[in-house]
Design a binder for this molecule. Structure first.
Ligand code: MG
Length: 310
């Protein structure tokens, strides 16, 4: 056992996948243990050294709402020498101002496919939240920034249950119409299954959304994240969100533990012979180190398997 899977390619899959690493933002914002700014900076540097090329660094949300990321202004300048794209989440124009002032060139907004989650997470209706994003996206693009639109609750909502596909397609289209360069479809509570994934992707294609503008963001709450990822890859998706070591979940969503762990994803992609540029051993060592900082083991199966000592 050399710590890598045997490479056996399968037909009909992309040759290369871009992993959008969310551990430092989506992961840490849902971790209770306060992480010092210097540790976060080292984390991002280590993720880049492990070969990740897109590393979501932090969020310029009001510090009151996400205390873990209240140090965005202090952290971002410490990442100036990181050789990777460093998107940051911005909730509104104030957040955008803060991010642009520090030289951020990639931003992300965080929308909801359902009214209940929009109300609870954004304190707005879906339409009001889109109206709030409109000037954010427009100004970011004027500034030359790349804009990602997250769409949460694409497959199920803890309060509303299953989410109708046309509703998801409609909000997704609206985010793209605002000027978002790419979409990230979030299974925030981890309830999706592969046929559902395929149906949503087909629905988006039918509505005129090209697959190359779509990324997927799966949670492993019900153990479906990799199955769903494979369904998306077979459909031609080549941008996949994952969180190093499986950090984080969603504080507002019932049983929303379990971002897909980047190591679990890389194990599968390596086995399929799909290029990611990620060094699995270096990434695993980073997640073991981060788990020590947090004082608990990584929930990633691959991290546990590769770091297990007899
Ligand atoms: Mg997530």
């Amino acid at each position: 056992m050399n710590g890598l899977p045997m490479k056996v390619p399968a037909p009909g899959l992309p040759a290369r996948v871009r992993i959008h690493e969310v551990g430092a933002r989506d992961g840490l914002q849902n971790e209770k243990t306060a992480v010092p700014t210097a540790v976060k900076a080292e984390f991002v540097h280590r993720l880049a050294a492990a070969g990740l090329t897109t590393i979501e660094a932090t969020s310029f949300v009001h510090p009151k709402w996400v205390p873990q990321l209240a140090d965005a202004e202090a952290l971002f300048p410490l990442l100036a020498d990181v050789d990777a794209a460093l998107p940051v989440l911005v909730p509104n124009e104030r957040g955008l101002d803060r991010a642009l002032a520090l030289g951020a060139t990639r931003i992300a907004v965080f929308g909801s496919a359902t009214e209940t989650f929009a109300s609870r997470n954004l304190n707005r209706t879906v339409a009001e939240s889109l109206a709030m994003f409109e000037p954010v996206v427009a100004r970011a693009r004027q500034d030359g920034a790349h804009v990602r639109g997250y769409l949460s609750m694409c497959f199920g909502d803890p309060w509303e249950g299953p989410v109708p596909l046309p509703q998801v397609v409609s909000v997704a289209k609206s985010l793209l119409d605002l000027g978002c360069d790419e979409l990230s479809l979030g299974d925030t509570i981890g309830v999706a299954t592969p046929g559902h994934v395929q149906a949503l992707l087909e629905g988006l294609n039918d509505a005129g959304v090209a697959t190359d503008r779509i990324g997927v963001h799966f949670h492993d709450t019900y153990g479906q994240a990799l199955s769903n990822t494979l369904a998306a890859l077979r459909h031609g998706v080549s941008t996949v969100d994952a969180s190093a070591g499986g950090l984080g979940g969603c504080p507002y969503a019932k049983s929303a533990t379990g971002n897909l762990a980047t190591e679990d994803l890389v194990w599968m992609l390596d086995g399929l012979g799909i290029e990611t540029g990620v060094d699995l051993a270096a990434l695993t060592a980073t997640s073991v180190w981060m788990a020590e900082q947090l004082g608990r083991p990584s929930p990633s199966r691959t991290v546990r398997a590769l770091s297990h000592k007899e």
